[in-house]
Ligand binder design. Sequence first.
Ligand code: HEM
Length: 422
Amino acid sequence: MTSIPTPVGTSDPRGPVFITPEAYTDMEQWHATVAELRHQAPLLRVEADGWSPFWAVTRYAGVLEVSRRNDVFWNTERSAPGPDVQYDMLESFGVDLPRTLVHLHGEIHDKYRQVASDWFRPAAVKGLQPAIDDIADEFADRLVGLDGRCDFAADIAVPFTLRVIMSIFGVPQSDERLMLELTQGLFGAADPEYLGGFDDPIKLITSSIEKFSAYFDELTADRRAHPTGDLATVIANGQVDGQPLGDVERLWYYIIVATAGHDTTSFALSGGLEQLLHHPDQLRALQDDPSLLRNAAEEMIRWTSPVRSFFRWAQQDHELDGVLIRKGDVVLTSYPSANRDEDVFVDSMQFDIRRPDADKLLSFGRGMHYCLGAQVARRELRTLLGKVLARVATIELDGEPQWSAAHFVSGVKHLPVRYTLR
Ligand code: HEM
């Protein structure tokens, strides 16, 4: 069995906190450790077994600079932080390394982004609101059938966000289970709960990619023959420099939109609700005044920061936070850390739906790779939360929340709640 090794730091013992899946299951401890680093070593050299060395960037200003200075810091095919073995194994199995928007750089990235960017413009996303409303109504109504108790993450947030992204794609409801399995296979492979019948995370990842490939090939053929105007049609018929997208690029285009838009948003919802349950006064305020929903959604996304980090590659020597980064060095942008930077956010460790600086959040990144689906995610959060809170009279925790053990995208995966309906 090939296992993804648990990283052991050979420099600062705190370094592995950024890449150890289990470290993200105790976010209180994680934030305590990383807050120390922001003060003592805002750029920390991390040398962990199985990983190429990198610099962890923990302050807001540093993450912002790396994100904006696309001339210096480039995305590459290893942008999603992972142990060397993960990429080496994929290569040795002959699996093409990812070529999604987050793995491309420069002009070619811009051209690929343009294929779908119209779809995600604010005016177009506004047009999705009736569909998001309908889906949110359906899931909020589920509370009635669930008899006063449910796992908000697994019963509501995960299937809701999946349904929204699939409806944007135009994928039928009957295929959602498959999409869920494949997403978890790609992003949650380090978490034993998602291993299923596999004894090996690498096999799970390669199997997920193969199944995604088979599924999307069929979808492409269908949308080329019968264009419908949904996002799948846009990708299936997308062109760069007057040529259709290559097979690999098209596959990864589907995968990035399907995967980036799903777990991320559901973790923001579940982790955000968890905080509201810890702050019943804020929960009641939201119930009484839905105009607070907009800022509350920002705060939920700031607080949860479901995308934990990305890697960028320095193309030239560059001084960052007082440290000379050398050409060829790798930096890791720690979004949860930047979002708690006390130099930027007042009482940064407090969850506060009225926080005046919530819109400074870095959870969606910045610069040329700024999250394409940020407006969709915000609408999903506001809409579902508004409808759930309008239906319940009371809602409270009904057991310990559980966190997923994954270093790239993670958050609250089980949120037991008990509630009464209005
Ligand atoms: C709360 C939910 C979400 C979070 C926290 C999130 C976070 C991120 C982050 C951090 C990036 C990389 C930014 C950078 O490198 O500067 C990104 C990129 C991206 N996201 Fe999201 N995302 C979310 C929801 C979504 C949704 C709903 C979709 C699609 C419907 C989506 C699609 C994408 C795509 C396609 C990219 C690649 C953009 C590029 O590289 O040009 N995301 N997201």
